[in-house]
Structure formats: structure tokens, C-alpha cells
Ligand binder design. Sequence first.
Ligand code: FMN
Length: 369
Amino acid sequence: MQSIGTHVWELLFSPIKIGSMALPNRFVRSATNEYLTDKDDFVTDRLSELYERLAKGGVGLIITGYAYVRKDGKSSPKQAAIYHDRFIPAYKNLLERLNPYSSKIVLQIAHGGRQSRPELCGGTPIGPSPVTDKSTGVTPREMTEEDILDVIGCFGLAARRAKEAGFHGVQLHAAHGYLLNQFISPNTNRRRDRWGGSIENRARMLLEVLKECRRQVGKRYPVLVKLSSDDCLKGGLRVEEAVEIAKLLDKEGIDAIEVSGGASRLRVAKTDIDSPKKEAYFSHNAWKIKKSVSVPVICVGGIRSLEIMEGIIREGKADMVSMSRPFIREPDLVDKFRKGLITQAACISCNQCFHPKGIRCAQLAKDAP
Ligand SMILES: Cc1cc2nc3c(=O)[nH]c(=O)nc-3n(C[C@H](O)[C@H](O)[C@H](O)COP(=O)(O)O)c2cc1C
């Protein structure tokens, strides 16, 4: 096996702080919708076990799967809910199981906007503008000023519930074509009022959500964002604008920025990452954002090998490396790296882990006796 230089250990296994949150290393489990809630979208034992395995495996920061902040924000079946106080006790049970470990855990809070579907959200999905989602045929209802203010309030309440449950922070989901991404993107936001047009106007929703979260949880509670750096589609958000939005978020007191991109599954989670060249497909954008902000930047998207991870940190492209699919196959990935057992994740990026009965690695299932 290829030897691992000490510098890799120093960089990737060195502690870091995100706001007031101290993390033991630079590895992040990126938000992953697990499809493992019960019929009313409460956290289940199976889901809690999955998080415990991740914490036991040594990852520094766990970001939960998408938790929806208002009933109509649900975008897929078996997605976790955080739109009411009644969801808090189940999260508390989950978090108790993580107490013995040094990993920290942050709740990702989200609203699907036009990426919801009528059968999931109980009516016509909402969005900044009535722009049809070609992949689903959904044309959202244009949000009124009242709708916008209500959704902002729901994000704040969700952050308050996360804090009450014991999460170490929250992450605002402003990527992958969901509602907050729809507002910042010129493709989905065609408004002519104070919520659309200029970058400042398109970023207003996200910034107001951040301010409302701060009002609910205070200055010291970590609030992170997963930001689209490029919609990867014609007429969509580009990295130059994402940099400007990142600067505004930094000024407004965001604690860390996870840099992602894409508005469709195949852009967000690219398949066939089978060589170092194909890895870390948003790292250049992460670097552009990192150069412009003062807070830690997290890079996500196709990161698989220690060599690439170490390069990202050493070259100052990001402060932390984040992965989703590799942790589905190997929840103990970080421990294996730490012990020098492997230098690369086994994930082949086939995307068969998206499974309505619960995420699982199809390759492992194939190999099982
Ligand atoms: C099964 C699955 C579910 C996902 N769910 C979410 C989610 O809830 N929120 C989110 O921000 N990203 C989600 N993602 C995207 C990942 O966080 C990540 O950005 C993407 O998969 C690229 O990273 P990777 O190459 O390490 O998998 C999901 C990805 C997968 C594979």
C-alpha cells in the first residue's frame, strides 16, 4: 500500500473551529437524505444507528440529511421534518447516542420550493417565480411577500428547534436547486421586486434567513451554509456571482460555507469518479470563494483519495473536505484513513445508493454472501 506522509496527517487530522464549534479533524460527512424516517417523518432508530456508526468512525463533522422547515418544503419521501416542536424529542434521542464521540453534528435545514411535488407538499409547490422545472414538469406558484416572510420565519424556528434538540449547529441548504438556491439563481428567480434582479436582491432571501436564524439562536450558535457555486445550466448561477453572495454571507455572520453546485442529481453527485483528475469537481470554485471570505470553506463533490484531500487543504482551496457517497459504503472511512489501512475511499460513484427504502451501497449489497 502507498505510504501516507506525515504532512497528510498533520493537515487532515488537525483540529479546526467553525465559529464556537471545535472539530477534531477536517473531515465532513456532507448532508445525505437517508430515506429512513417513519411515515410521519420522525427520526427512526435505524437513522440514529446510522449516525452513531458515522460518529464512531471518526468523522469530525456530520451534517444530517435535509430536514424540511415547513410542511410544503418536503421534496422527497421519508425525509426528516423539523417544522414543529413535536419533532424535537426524537432528535434528542438521536443526539444522546452521539454523546460518547468527539464528532459534532449539524442539522441541515431546507425548503424544496419548486423541487417539491404536489403529492409530497399537499398543493402546488412554491417558488420565487413560476418557472417550470423541466425534469418534473412542476410550475411553482410565485411566492407572495407574505409567503416569503413566513418561510423565513420557519427557517428561524427550525434553527431554534435544532438548538433545543442539542445539535451543535445548523446548515442552510442553498444549493442543488432547492428554494434558497432558486432565489439566488437568475434562472429560477425572475422577480422584479426587492427579492429579484440584482445579486443583492436575489441574495436577500438567504441573508434574511440567516438574520432570522441569528435572532432565534444567537450570535454564538454555528450557522453554516451549503452554497451552490454554479447551477451548471444555461442562464443559471455562475461562480462569479456565488463569490459575491459568499462575501455578503460572510459579512452577515455566516460561520462556514460548504461549496457545492448543480441543480440536478447528475451534476451534484457525478458518476464514475475513477481517477484523481475527476475528483473534487467543485474545488476550483471552493478556492475562488475561499480567497474572498474570512470563514472556513468546506469543499464537496467527488472527493475520494487522501492525495486529493491533502492537496485541497495544502493549496488553500478549502479548510475541510466533505463527502457523502463514500460514507454510505464506509461509515468508518476516517478511522481507516487514520489507521493507514487505506488511502482512498472504495466508493465507485455509481449513484445506486439513492434508494427509497433507505440509502445503501449497492456494491456492498452485491458482494454480500
Ligand atoms: C443519497 C444521497 C442523498 C443526498 N442528500 C442530500 C441532502 O439531503 N442535502 C444535500 O445538501 N445534499 C445531499 N446530497 C448531495 C451530497 O451531499 C453531495 O453534495 C454529493 O453527493 C457530492 O458528494 P460525493 O461525491 O461525496 O457524494 C445527497 C447525495 C446522495 C448520494
